[in-house]
Design a protein around this ligand. Structure first.
Ligand SMILES: C[S@@+](CC[C@H](N)C(=O)[O-])C[C@H]1O[C@@H](n2cnc3c(N)ncnc32)[C@H](O)[C@@H]1O
Length: 447
């Protein structure tokens, strides 16, 4: 018994020491702390008996709520491996708690979506006393909360826990102005797929006056880069949304929430430009995550936009659906399609990384306007119509696209992006690598 307790204490000590390194590192040293985060994850997996990378992982245990996907226990555990995300979130939560405790003896913290490790908050609790911080922990997945009980035991933090509830946060009866800090990391880049926006909309009224959300803000920005220029030569055209306390409270007052914005695309002598969309996260204070520091900050690029001569604008709006996301549309240069004389190479990838779709969409616009002929084919070499139709049909099957509906969509969509939205919609918002490989192989028989 003595031995068992001794080794448990050793484990607690090691976990606390790892988190102390993360908290005490200078910001520029975080990049060198990967092995510290890896060790933390290894220990937490041992404690919870979670197999982080099963041989055959299909991620079938996610739950699709009315306003976004709650990732499975295994996926939530894998998030911990993103070492910049893990450190910046833990450091930000630590600063927020420290700030909130200035002038108060104790604070109430709500953690919405703990995953199996309660990673953003539980490992830092040894820096505070249980009388200072009391936690309410929520997650939709019972298996995650079962694992969390083991983490609580090994970190010896049960005295800090006010309650643990297995609920869909969006259905939870959230008490008004009850918490000093509300933590939730339920997002992907551009606030897509997961329910972060709706969770903050639902929980913001539960924050006491002077309280803080973690992350404190998520900024979504649009940039343009001229053809051939590097990303660091981008020109900022504007911010299309900030998720923070103010916007969350404003959304909470709307029964049918709406997020919309339009940004002006500057006219640049008809030069082709690329549009880049970024996600910057301020967890708290100095703790920020920028371009590509983790999967939540991947930049998203749309190539070859032709700004219209006059008032070319990009319109953004958020779709509050089971797979929420920003949709965007830019004013198409009315002449752009008329100027099109040569189809894109069948192997050219489009904004969502699939070949052939650009070519396929352009081809149907030419057919629609009676301008499709052997001169417009460009690099498309498979001229036998039957072979070509058969290959296209196989591509549609690979992309889960029903023939009749897809033909309707390809003719009716105003832009290629709109057609891509349709494709993503038929694939739960993401295409898997094997689909892209299959389409590439088929497209190479046409190119
Ligand atoms: C991306 S994981 C993050 C886990 C952990 N907080 C971390 O940062 O490592 C998101 C977690 O939120 C939970 N979640 C997402 N939507 C939820 C909802 N509507 N109600 C309850 N839990 C939810 C998921 O089950 C998952 O455990």
């Amino acid at each position: 018994m003595l031995d068992k307790n001794a080794s448990k204490n050793d484990l607690t000590l090691e976990l606390n020491e790892l988190v102390d390194v993360m908290l005490d590192s200078a910001p520029e040293r975080l990049i060198a702390n990967k092995s510290i985060v890896d060790r933390l994850v290894e220990l937490l997996c041992d404690v919870t008996k979670i197999e982080l990378h099963p041989a055959l992982f299909r991620d079938e245990h996610a739950t699709t709520t009315s306003k976004g996907r709650a990732v499975s226990m295994t996926t939530a555990a894998q998030c911990a491996e993103e070492f910049m995300r893990t450190q910046v979130f833990i450091r930000g939560a630590y600063s927020a708690i420290t700030e909130q405790l200035k002038g108060k003896e104790s604070i109430e913290l709500l953690y919405g979506g703990t995953g199996p490790f309660g990673l953003i908050v539980l490992p830092l609790l040894h820096r505070f006393a249980p009388e200072q911080v009391q936690l309410t922990l929520l997650d939709i997945h019972p298996e995650s909360l079962e694992a969390l009980e083991h983490v609580i035991e090994v970190l010896q933090v049960s005295d800090y826990i006010r309650s643990i509830q297995c609920v869909d946060i969006l259905e939870w009866d959230a008490p008004a102005k009850a918490f000093d800090v509300i933590v939730s990391e339920t997002m992907k880049m551009l606030l897509k797929d997961e329910p972060q926006v709706s969770i903050f909309r639902h929980l913001a009224p539960s924050l006491k006056d002077g309280g803080t959300l973690i992350p404190r803000q998520v900024q979504l920005d649009a940039w343009i880069t001229s053809d051939g220029k590097e990303r660091n030569e981008s020109h900022h055209i504007g911010r299309f949304f900030t998720l923070d306390l103010a916007s969350s409270l404003a959304l909470s007052l709307q029964s049918e929430p709406k997020i919309e914005c339009s940004l002006e695309l500057p006219t640049r002598q008809n030069k082709v430009v690329d549009l880049t969309l970024t996600t910057y996260i301020q967890v708290y204070g100095e703790e920020w995550l920028y371009d590509n520091q983790c999967s939540l900050n991947l930049t998203f690029c749309i190539n070859d936009i032709e700004p219209s001569e006059s008032d070319g604008k990009i319109h953004f709006w958020y779709e509050f659906t089971r797979l929420p996301r920003f949709a965007f549309k830019y004013d198409v240069d009315a002449n752009a399609l008329e100027k099109l004389t040569l189809l894109a190479d069948p192997l050219e990838q489009n904004s969502i990384g699939i070949p052939y779709i650009k070519h396929y969409w352009q081809k149907h616009q030419l057919i629609k306007t009676g301008r499709y002929n052997s001169n417009t084919l460009g690099n498309a070499k498979c001229e036998n119509l039957e072979d070509r139709c058969a290959l296209e049909h196989q591509m549609l099957v690979a992309l889960n696209l029903p023939l009749y509906e897809t033909l309707q969509e390809v003719y009716q969509s105003r832009t290629e992006e709109e057609f891509c939205d349709f494709i993503l919609g038929k694939n739960n918002g993401v295409l898997n690598p094997s689909q892209i490989v299959e389409v590439t192989q088929l497209a190479s028989q046409i190119s």
